[in-house]
Design a protein around this ligand. Structure first.
Ligand code: FE2
Ligand code: FE2
Length: 175
């Protein structure tokens, strides 16, 4: 069984993952409005990944006999000054989420909740990738600067991203 404290922390993280999904979906709408369909696609895929993260917490709390309690999801911003401005927020947000995951893992260790700590290791590794990909795109945007051709080339690259569901278990799988 999860302790009440751990159950609350996991529910909070479920909410943070849903907020991440909402934020990136909002950014997808922003990029659509800026005629950058590749960026919009990248954000749309990112929003689905975050929803998958939320479902991992949903499934994990249930599998431990806990109770999922959904909370209100904060409203994300709807406008950004530029693609660089949006990706500054993505990178900052992912760094913040890494901090949340690390704090959660530390509390699992402190409680000797080894199952939860083990579950969280997937997220520890995932955050390394999340920060790296956000930072790479941010650095590319800074290189491109005000060069429209460079921005369109980057947009074309980001149009290639496809959502990959976790191995054979569907989007809500516990893989
Ligand atoms: Fe996430
Ligand atoms: Fe993320």
């Amino acid at each position: 069984m999860l302790t009440p404290d751990m159950q609350q922390r996991l529910n909070n993280q479920l909410n943070a993952e849903l907020y991440s999904s909402y934020l990136y979906l909002s950014m997808s709408a922003y990029f659509e409005s800026a005629d950058l369909g590749g960026f919009a696609n990248w954000m749309r895929v990112q929003a689905r990944e975050e929803l998958m993260h939320a479902m991992k917490f949903f499934d994990y709390v249930n599998s431990r006999g806990g109770r999922v309690a959904l909370q209100p999801i904060e409203g994300p911003a709807t406008e950004w000054k530029s693609p660089t401005d949006a990706f500054e927020e993505v990178y900052g947000h992912e760094q913040k989420v890494t901090g949340l995951i690390n704090a959660l893992a530390s509390s699992a260790v402190a409680e000797s909740d080894h199952a939860t700590n083990s579950f969280l290791q997937w997220f520890v590794n995932e955050q390394v990738e999340e920060e790296e990909s956000a930072n790479r795109i941010l650095r590319n945007l800074k290189l491109v600067g005000s060069d429209g051709t460079g921005l369109l080339m980057l947009d074309r690259e980001l149009s290639q991203r496809v959502f990959t569901p976790p191995a054979a278990e569907g989007e809500a799988g516990a893989a």
